[in-house]
Design a protein around this ligand. Structure first.
Ligand code: COA
Ligand code: AMP
Length: 630
């Protein structure tokens, strides 16, 4: 581990030197004189006196360097039968017009724009147009329904919402416009305009203040890049926490550009001439960092794929894309590989394609089970690189650094901490866990560039959610990741799963608290809990447990159908709640806290120790067979 070890140690012992060096990978309007501003801990800021524009770095800079005719973006949409490519010059031109259109609608530096779109190039164009203006985008994943969208609109308070009229899920068309209308009816905040990209499959009905994408852009002047402070926000991306209220993760401009450019070279070994494909969705952090910003910042080609890994047309779909576009690195979630393996266990459909260009398969978003790791490696014959990170961090915290120093991969481990991240495992009493002993995974502050500087307009919640555990253990404090795990004796990290009530369903991060809010609002429900249970395909799926109000007269089947439909309608299909069981009571501590973790353990087939604080152990005994039922 020579190059890695040296780089890692230098990144922690002299972060100013390390990140000043990395900052050379970015074009600055005003060069950074200071690297890390430690004046107001725990609110650390990177490159506090510098200015840049992220869109300039993603597009204009490459055009100016003579790469205008190289391919920036390949849009491949088997569900609509569309294939479209954009050179850096074409993409820059479209983004400049979109930015001009947004400005004409009143969007200025610092204003927010909510983007609720399917996987179409216009989603990327709008994101980059916001970056061009110094406006702040907030993309909401299309699988979320009105309740989640309304919460984000109320928190971000956008001037404009840009949406597609619909999304296409396999053979199903999902109308987004009615969901947007329902969200706006529920939200307190009113955006000045909604811009709707009308898709032929289901055009939306326009209301007052709505205009079509074409009308919004018609005759709009091109807008130039606006230099912004490196510390100004580039975007807000809401993510699930333990309560129903999503957290607005803020990303700055300067640290983000520096960190992502560094990661493209050192983690993903990707640069100009490479074709990088993150098969995720622009609504998730993977999409932000590695469909949009990362590849474009380093002048690589990025692929935007609208479709599923299976069924469009079959489980070979991903590998047709690899062959056709010469993909050099594919990044997806383990669940996608499990879905492919289920349909094509012998890899027959995959082997129809020539995947010789593919150098690496990167997987993240949930725990990579050893069977999936082994299978993918055998079928593809390339390294399968697990890596671990979160919306909050914006880029990998632990990885096998393919560009810096490739190492042997190990099943069950995303390898080693990435330079810049001082990863520690702490036991409940705050002492460091020895090798092979589980504990809470924390990162000693300050976090490196690219990580969240705070939550959107909520410094207090930022500190309370992430920085208030294990105080006093390290001089500057620690960031609590919410994951548990351990190091082995060689310094490989093993991430075992969340220690809180966040669940990961098909690589999608969801809040059980948000689902509980919906279940609790049903008139028949006295109290409820939602827990994540293991699932062969999706890794985890939510299961609801409800206690009925006294005297309620309903059959379980009817109630289950109603509750499942309610969650789908309010939170969105992505919640994937299919099972709700009626139980006589929920196990609680004497102070009234529901024992979700204990129930999760039982449902997963473990026999967890019953906490001594339990109010009534017989409640848990009665639940055991229900929790264990398939
Ligand atoms: N818009 C509208 N609906 C959406 C949606 C979107 N953008 N994304 C998902 N949904 C819907 C799905 O159609 C599905 O609806 P259904 O219940 O009617 O079938 C529901 O939300 C659940 O979606 P999902 O959990 O993704 O299940 P799936 O069966 O559609 O697909 C996989 C399963 C494994 C194929 C798919 O989740 C996948 O490819 N995941 C890996 C890649 C990924 O996106 N990872 C994220 C971070 S890296
Ligand atoms: P998100 O913020 O949606 O990216 O989800 C982040 C969470 O996904 C992490 O906190 C982990 O719980 C989980 N996760 C992401 N990558 C991995 C991985 N490689 N191994 C295990 N869990 C992961």
């Amino acid at each position: 581990m020579g190059a890695y070890r040296d780089t890692y140690e230098r990144s922690l012992s002299d972060p100013d030197w390390f990140w000043r060096d990395a900052a050379a990978g970015v074009d600055w309007e005003r060069m950074p004189m200071r690297v890390l501003d430690r004046d107001r801990p725990p609110f650390y800021r990177w490159f506090p006196d510098a200015e840049l524009n992220t869109c300039h770095n993603a597009l204009d800079r490459h055009v100016a360097a003579g790469r205008g005719e190289d391919t920036a973006l390949i849009y491949d949409s088997p569900v609509t039968g569309t294939l479209r490519t954009y050179t850096f010059r074409e993409l820059r031109d479209e983004v400049a017009v979109c930015a001009g259109a947004l400005r004409r609608l009143g969007v200025d530096q610092g204003d927010r724009v909510v983007i609720y779109m399917a996987m179409v190039p216009e989603a990327i164009i709008t994101m980059l147009a916001c970056a061009r203006l110094g406006a702040v985008h907030s993309v909401v994943f299309g699988g979320f329904g009105p309740k989640e969208l309304a919460a984000r609109i109320d928190d971000a308070r956008p001037k404009v919402v840009v949406a597609t009229s619909c999304g296409i899920e396999g053979s199903r068309v999902v109308a987004y416009k009615p969901l947007l209308d329902a969200a706006l009816a529920e939200a307190a905040h009113r955006p000045a305009h909604c811009v709707i990209l009308q898709r032929g499959q289901a055009p939306g009905e326009l209301g007052p203040g709505d205009l079509t994408w074409d009308d919004a852009l018609a005759g709009a002047p091109e807008a130039a890049c606006v230099p912004v402070a490196a510390t100004d926000p580039l975007y807000i991306l809401y993510t699930s926490g333990t309560t129903g209220r999503p957290k607005g993760i803020v990303r700055d401009n300067g640290g983000h550009a520096v960190a992502l450019a560094w990661s493209m070279a050192n983690v993903y070994a990707t640069g100009p001439g490479d074709v990088f494909w993150a098969a995720s969705d622009v609504g998730w952090v993977v999409g932000h960092s590695y469909i949009v910003y990362g590849p474009l910042l380093v002048g690589a080609t990025t692929v935007l794929y609208e479709g599923k890994p299976v069924g469009t047309p079959d489980a070979g779909a991903f590998f047709r894309v690899v062959e056709q576009h010469g993909v050099t690195a594919l990044f997806t979630a383990p669940t996608a590989i499990r879905a492919i393996r289920k349909e094509d266990p012998a890899g027959t459909l995959i082997r129809k394609y020539d995947t010789a260009t593919l150098r690496t398969l990167f997987l993240a978003g949930e725990r990579l089970d050893p069977q999936t790791y082994e299978w993918a490696g055998q079928i593809l014959g390339v390294p399968v690189v697990d890596h671990w990170w979160q919306t909050e961090t914006g880029w990998p915290v632990a990885a096998n650094l393919r560009g810096l120093e490739p190492m042997p991969t190990r099943p069950g481990s995303p390898s080693v901490p990435v330079p810049g991240f001082d990863v520690r495992i702490l036991q409940p009493d705050g002492t460091p866990a020895p090798p092979d002993v589980d504990g809470a995974i924390v990162i000693a502050l300050p976090l490196p560039p690219g990580c969240l500087p705070t939550l959107w307009q909520d410094d207090e919640r930022f500190v309370a959610s992430y920085l208030s555990a294990f105080t006093g253990t390290y001089p500057d404090g620690v960031y609590l990741t919410g994951d548990g795990g351990r190091f082995d004796a060689d310094g490989y990290l093993y991430v075992m799963g969340r220690t809180d009530d966040v669940i990961n369903v098909a690589g999608h991060r969801l809040s059980t608290g948000s689902m509980e809010e919906v279940l609790a609002a049903h008139p028949a429900v006295a109290e409820c809990a939602v827990i994540g249970v293991d699932d062969d395909l999706k890794g985890q799926v939510p299961r609801g447990l409800v206690v009925l109000k006294a005297g309620v007269d309903t059959t379980h089947d009817v109630l289950e159908r109603e509750l499942v439909a309610l969650v789908r309608q309010r939170i969105g299909a992505v919640a994937s709640l299919r099972r709700v069981q009626v139980v006589p009571a929920l196990p609680k501590t004497r102070s009234g806290k529901i024992l979700r973790k204990t129930m999760r353990g039982i449902a997963g087939g473990d026999d967890p120790a019953v906490p001594s604080t339990i109010e009534d152990a017989s409640v848990l005994d009665a639940l055991r067979p229900i929790l264990r039922s398939p």
